[in-house]
Design a protein around this ligand. Structure first.
Ligand SMILES: *[C@@H]1O[C@H](CO)[C@@H](O)[C@H](O)[C@H]1NC(C)=O
Ligand SMILES: *[C@@H]1O[C@H](CO)[C@@H](O)[C@H](O)[C@H]1NC(C)=O
Ligand SMILES: *[C@@H]1O[C@H](CO)[C@@H](O)[C@H](O)[C@H]1NC(C)=O
Ligand SMILES: *[C@@H]1O[C@H](CO)[C@@H](O)[C@H](O)[C@H]1NC(C)=O
Ligand SMILES: *[C@@H]1O[C@H](CO)[C@@H](O)[C@H](O)[C@H]1NC(C)=O
Ligand SMILES: *[C@@H]1O[C@H](CO)[C@@H](O)[C@H](O)[C@H]1NC(C)=O
Ligand SMILES: *[C@@H]1O[C@H](CO)[C@@H](O)[C@H](O)[C@H]1NC(C)=O
Ligand SMILES: *[C@@H]1O[C@H](CO)[C@@H](O)[C@H](O)[C@H]1NC(C)=O
Length: 393
């Protein structure tokens, strides 16, 4: 909130929760942000949403400098109330979170900038089940600051509340405490995958890029996601050769993503320790099949576990908990493991950063990608596959 000083002195203090900043992106660029509502029908959409649209948020590099009136808010008031209750944080405190995103800031114009980033794959992100894509803002901002264009998908009606841009009314979705049956998780996986595939169709993102005369890459994509979103990214990879690599952030292999054939495209999986127990029959078989395929072909797969982490720790949520005060005398009911927000934030930025840098043909950080390192003792390797069976599973 930007309030002139004279006015500020008249307002009750409680309205002026000091802005709390997410960790700053570390790349050479600042970050622009825009959103677009695409028309796309989900047959028999199980959510209470309209079933005929999905929202894409676009994070992209810019040379514009953030000003006091350009920052995109992190939380809308409705979501702050809903999520604050779950994590014992006052809505006003959640609303005090500040992004470095600049609404519709100018694209890069300098030839040297554009030439550098225009061939990098456009990264497509799908959030965890029931979560808004914006709850990975820290990671998505970081990747954009490095030079990537990042597309993040929201399916209106799935998250408890999704605000929509351009004066459209927000969409109330499933109750935050609603349990998901196994069948429903597969349905979510399927509409998420369909949204991602629709986005990559000629009349989706490529048409939008052409309309705006932007330099963004519409030939090669990287797919990634958290939880169900990671399964959606994997299922989409199976169906689109234009997705050149995938990064799975603590995602079970729901639905037919378990059988996705990656044909040697690079794939990084990282999970919390409990995931192994929950998905004991999917991840090992997936890695083994990948290994089998790579014995006579290219291939690159890393499979890691983050010791001490829990499922929701692979998002901004532990940052909310670390940066903002807890409501007194309440205890968080949600398990985030024994990791901290800033540590998980840095960890995810480091590993996704190194992975996408390798995929786009930049430096290959063998120290980080080929095994355990001193700086990240909590990251342990479960399996590693390289071309022609040169590294075992
Ligand atoms: C989506 O459909 C509505 C009408 O149903 C139309 O007004 C709108 O322009 C369409 N949006 C896009 C991006 O095509
Ligand atoms: C920010 O505010 C200044 C001063 O009111 C104004 O000149 C400028 O156009 C604003 N920028 C944006 C992006 O709204
Ligand atoms: C995956 O493939 C196996 C073997 O072909 C098949 O039995 C199984 O039904 C498939 N699973 C899904 C969810 O498609
Ligand atoms: C991988 O190959 C081995 C040896 O050919 C075979 O026994 C195994 O079933 C294969 N695994 C998968 C998941 O396809
Ligand atoms: C966090 O939990 C893991 C087990 O999941 C354990 O190995 C590690 O020592 C714990 N770390 C701390 C600081 O308690
Ligand atoms: C919180 O708990 C402490 C100790 O149990 C108690 O002294 C204090 O009054 C409580 N504060 C509130 C706001 O309930
Ligand atoms: C590669 O990763 C290691 C381990 O995190 C780090 O110390 C090193 O600085 C990285 N190298 C480059 C070139 O980024
Ligand atoms: C894998 O095998 C193919 C075909 O024999 C070969 O062209 C390629 O260089 C090999 N890759 C590696 C990393 O050994």
């Amino acid at each position: 909130m930007h309030v002139p000083n004279a006015l500020a002195s008249l307002l009750p203090l409680s309205l002026l929760a000091a802005a709390v900043k997410l960790p700053a992106p570390s790349g050479p660029y600042n970050v622009g942000f825009t959103q677009h509502i695409f028309n796309h029908t989900t047959p028999n959409d199980p959510t209470p949403g309209p079933g005929n649209i999905y929202l894409t948020s676009i994070y992209y590099p810019t040379r514009a400098t953030p000003g006091p009136n350009t920052s995109v808010p992190y939380f809308d008031p409705t979501s702050a109330r809903i999520w604050g209750e779950v994590f014992n944080i006052l809505p006003a405190d959640l609303e005090s979170l500040e992004t470095t995103l600049q609404w519709q800031a100018p694209l890069l114009t300098a030839e040297e900038d554009v030439d550098k980033v225009k061939t990098w794959p456009t990264l497509v992100f799908s959030p965890g089940g029931g979560m808004n894509a914006g709850y990975s803002t820290s990671l998505l901002s970081e990747l954009a600051s490095q030079g990537y264009t990042v597309l993040a998908l929201d399916h209106p009606g799935e998250a408890p509340y999704l605000s929509l841009p351009y004066g459209n009314p927000g969409v109330v979705g499933w109750d935050i405490y609603m349990p998901y049956s196994d069948e429903l998780i597969v349905e979510i996986y399927e509409f998420r995958r369909a949204d991602m595939l629709a986005l990559l169709c000629p009349n989706g993102y490529p048409a939008l890029v052409e309309l705006n005369g932007a330099y963004f890459n519409t030939e090669a994509y990287g797919a990634f996601g958290h939880s169900t979103g990671a399964a959606a990214a994997t299922g989409a990879m199976d169906r689109r050769d234009s997705i050149v690599a995938g990064f799975n952030i603590d995602g079970g292999l729901f639905g037919d993503s378990v059988n996705a054939s990656l044909h040697g495209r690079p794939y990084f999986m990282t999970m919390n320790p409990n995931h192994f127990a929950q998905d004991a029959d999917t991840w090992p078989a997936f890695a083994e099949r990948y290994y089998n395929e790579s014995k006579i072909a290219p291939g690159w797969l890393d499979w890691t576990t983050v010791e001490g982490s829990a499922h929701l720790a692979f998002s901004d949520i532990p940052l909310w908990v670390e940066l903002l005060p807890q409501i007194p005398n309440s205890t968080a009911q949600v398990n985030l493991g024994n990791v901290t927000g800033s540590r998980m934030d840095a960890l995810l930025k480091t590993y996704t950063g190194a992975f996408w840098e390798f995929v786009r043909g930049g430096q290959y950080n063998a120290t980080l990608l080929d095994g355990e390192v001193e700086e990240w003792p909590e990251v342990v390797f479960d399996a590693k596959v390289r071309s022609n069976g040169t590294q075992g599973y």
